[in-house]
Design a protein around this ligand. Structure first.
Ligand SMILES: *Cc1c(COP(=O)(O)O)cnc(C)c1O
Length: 397
């Protein structure tokens, strides 16, 4: 039981971030187990990736069946799961066309390219894409340039040009940046890494109206907020608007590397040679995507996400009152608890290291905690998480 963990020898794994001396070996639903047999209640789920929890039976069945049938015929051919999943996504959204990618960053790169292409064809080469302070769109050079994370403008200088930054929920700040070179505005309906900051209905609607009037595309990055996370299949559906382009990642694969770039018919203007990728639309990951989306669309599922989001919200609010914190915010099962001090990173460590069972949460900013459990988390698990949090706060505050 108490096997030493200091014998984790990971010297050949490239260092990119400090990791605890643990090796995760198994997962089921909302629970992860490490190499010492310790269990963790997982409210991270691989950064909102495992929308159906660890090792979901439907996903496993889809993966197994497809692995026996066809893994990769090459992206030069259609395959059955690619077509089926494209249809599922277009039938349940305002978009007409889908390109599958392998990561959120890659889907966003595709969105940026598609917008620039559209600008070449329709707007005399307009290429500037207005993005927002504190936004996060990925870790390729262009998506880092599009992101509004402090410090990222100089990290791998020079940046890819053409991404002026506006302030979220402030239409005037967008208008000020518009020139005849502006081709699109891109935003997350809920800024995830920025600290779970939802776009207001008023801003989204006025932004849609403004972009339409000015022949500017609206791109929503739903890599984190899409696929049921906020309680509707897609987050833009809360706003009564229709964007021109949307990207999906994380939840769409439920844990396998799958992402998607979606566009309306009028905007899907790639010609041969513009876009591609060795693994795009491969049947192995798209077969899993079908299982994920079908489970999200099952009767009552999204409603249950909204109910559980409401429960988590109420619980966090009562914790906030008990400990005199600064409230909570979010949409559906993407929520944050605002702390009164910079105790987030400390709480994350205490939660993970507690015994006998750990809790996995995250602190994208030191003064808040973020929660992104599996969408099929139980109400009991939500209450259990909140009670652990109360114990930890008693120690820290
Ligand atoms: C995680 C994330 C990305 C990047 O996705 P990767 O799969 O890590 O490349 C892009 N946009 C948003 C909003 C995200 O949360």
């Amino acid at each position: 039981m108490n096997k030493s963990i200091s014998n984790v020898d990971a010297h050949s794994v490239m260092f990119i971030t400090p990791r605890p001396e643990l090796v995760m070996v198994e997962g089921k639903g909302s629970w992860l187990t490490d190499n010492n047999g310790k269990r963790y209640l997982d409210f991270l789920q691989g950064w909102a990736v495992n929308c159906l929890g660890h090792c979901n039976p439907g996903m496993i069945a889809a993966l197994n069946a497809q692995a026996k049938k066809l893994i990769n015929p090459s992206p030069a051919f259609y395959n059955e799961p690619m077509i089926h999943l494209s249809n599922l996504l277009t039938e349940n959204s305002c978009f007409d066309k889908v390109f599958f990618a392998n990561s959120g960053a890659e889907a966003n790169e595709g969105a940026l390219k598609l917008a620039r292409k559209w600008g070449q064809l329709n707007k005399s080469g307009a290429f500037e894409i207005i993005t927002f302070d504190h936004s996060f769109h990925g870790r390729t050079l262009a998506t880092m340039s599009a992101s509004g994370k402090p410090g990222w403008d100089t990290m791998f200088a020079p940046q890819v040009p053409g991404f002026p930054k506006a302030d979220l929920n402030d239409l005037e700040s967008v208008k000020k940046l518009v020139t005849d070179k502006t081709v699109a505005v891109m935003l997350e309906p809920v800024q995830g890494e920025g600290g779970v900051i939802p776009v207001t209905k008023e801003f989204m609607q006025s932004l849609r109206q403004f972009t339409k009037e000015n022949n500017i595309l609206l791109i929503v990055d739903e890599v984190q907020a899409g696929c049921g996370r906020t309680g509707t299949l897609f987050a833009y559906q809360h706003y009564g608007i229709e964007p021109d382009i949307m990207t999906l990642g994380k939840g769409i694969g439920g844990g396998v590397p799958l992402a998607a770039l979606m566009a309306t018919e009028a905007v899907a203007c790639f010609v041969p040679g513009d876009q591609g990728g060795t693994y795009n639309g491969n049947p192995l990951t798209t077969a899993v995507g079908i299982s994920v989306i079908e489970q999200l669309l099952a009767p009552g599922f999204l409603e249950s996400v909204r109910t559980k989001g409401q429960l988590l919200s109420e619980e966090l609010l009562s914790i906030s009152q008990e400990f005199h914190l600064e409230g909570e915010r979010g949409e559906g099962l993407l929520r944050a608890l605002m702390l009164s001090k910079d105790i987030g990173p400390n709480l994350v460590e205490l939660a993970r290291d507690r015994n006998p069972e750990g809790l996995l949460i995250n602190s994208p900013r030191p003064n808040l905690l973020r929660f992104m459990p599996a969408l099929n988390v139980s109400e009991d698990e939500i209450r259990q998480m909140c009670n652990i949090l109360r114990d930890l706060l008693k120690q820290v505050i």
